[in-house]
Design a protein around this ligand. Structure first.
Ligand code: ASP
Length: 343
């Protein structure tokens, strides 16, 4: 059940016969809590965390001067538990909010950092509204000295409340930097400055005196994929390429019913002879294969032999795009177009 907690800064004016309320003119920011380290306390590093509700995480001194904050707890889980079924649920909830609430300036999603790349990119590809969707989290649990959650939430609120953030799709706010969901990658397992956008950099930085965008908004109003009629997302697996790898993992995902395979390939996108032979067999069966790179940054080749190049998307993001492309069509040519369009 969604618990909606509304905390509004209201100026009350006492009049003869009873109180009257003058509504705040501050932007309204709606926060959807989904769990992750930001929502953890207890003995986190000892493996026994407790969950903190999003309404409690929002008790941040000064945040009410940025925006009128309201929140709901959609999930309260670690982000490895947020996969295709929850992507659909979350995206639909954000779209519903935008459809039904003209008064909201923007939406924040709090999320575990481990799979934030995937969820934010899914939202970017599926939420059609020019108002911002800001995904944020924390590298340190809420009860740890130097917890980064409050600063990230405060900055996310500043972005979500800002009209300059409109038309830019979904974005990730971590450690004073705002990244496009397409570009952002988690590049460190433990540090507060874990997120980067290799080759692209942040789209904006937040400082004490403001929010500074690098370029004007492209003014995007519509997302690439309409998921209104999608009941279930197709199975797409990732297979890693490494020296001496054989075909076993590829044959296994084919046998498990994968409709698409993304390879985290070596270099510009390569695999061993045994893997290539297995991929060829998969392509012949109508499975769509995308070649990404395991290097961490840079582009792949455009692809050949029926294999699509992931461009600058890493394997986990290429999987999100391929999943959505296959949900709308099983056609290889259409999937290829999706990868060309989303570069
Ligand atoms: N395990 C956590 C998660 O992704 C890590 C984090 O939030 O930083 O849910």
């Amino acid at each position: 059940m969604q618990e909606i907690v509304i905390r509004r800064a209201i100026v009350s004016v006492l009049l003869l016969g009873g109180p009257a309320f003058a509504q705040s003119t501050k932007p309204i920011v709606h926060v959807i809590g989904t769990g992750g380290t930001i929502g953890s306390a207890g003995d986190y590093w000892g493996g026994d965390p407790t969950r903190v509700a999003i309404a409690d995480l929002l008790r941040i001194p000064g945040i009410d001067s940025v925006a009128t904050m309201e929140s709901e707890q959609l999930f309260n889980v670690s982000s490895v538990s947020i996969g295709p079924a929850r992507w659909l649920e979350l995206s639909r909830r954000v779209s519903e909010l935008f459809r039904t609430r003209a008064d909201i300036a923007g939406v924040i999603v709090t999320h575990g950092t481990d799979t934030m790349e995937e969820t934010s990119y899914f939202l970017d590809l599926t939420v059609s509204d020019e108002r911002p969707v800001i995904v944020t989290g924390a590298m340190r649990p809420s009860n740890m000295a130097g917890a980064d959650g409050p600063a990230n939430l405060m900055n996310a609120a500043r972005v979500a409340a800002s009209s300059d953030a409109r038309g830019r799709g979904a974005m990730v706010l971590m450690d004073d930097r705002l990244y496009s969901a397409h570009d952002v990658v988690k590049m460190n397992s433990t540090r507060v400055e874990a997120f980067q956008a290799p080759e692209h950099g942040p789209v904006a930085v937040t400082d004490a005196d403001g929010l500074f965008f690098r370029a004007p908004s492209p003014g995007r109003k519509h997302a690439a994929f309409d998921i209104a009629d999608v009941k279930e997302l197709p199975r797409v697996d990732i297979v890693y390429a490494y020296a001496g790898a054989d075909s076993v993992p590829i044959d296994a995902v084919v046998a498990a019913g994968a409709r698409g395979i993304v390879v985290a390939g070596v270099g510009r996108g390569g695999a061993t002879a045994s893997q290539n032979a297995a991929l060829k067999r998969a392509v012949a069966k109508g499975i769509v294969v995308v070649m990404a790179t395991r290097t961490g940054a840079g582009r792949t080749g455009r692809g050949s032999d029926g294999i699509i190049g992931a461009g600058d998307l890493n394997a986990q993001k290429a999987r999100v795009l391929l999943t959505l492309a296959l949900a709308s069509s099983a056609d290889v040519a259409q999937a290829k177009r999706a990868f060309i369009e989303h570069q």
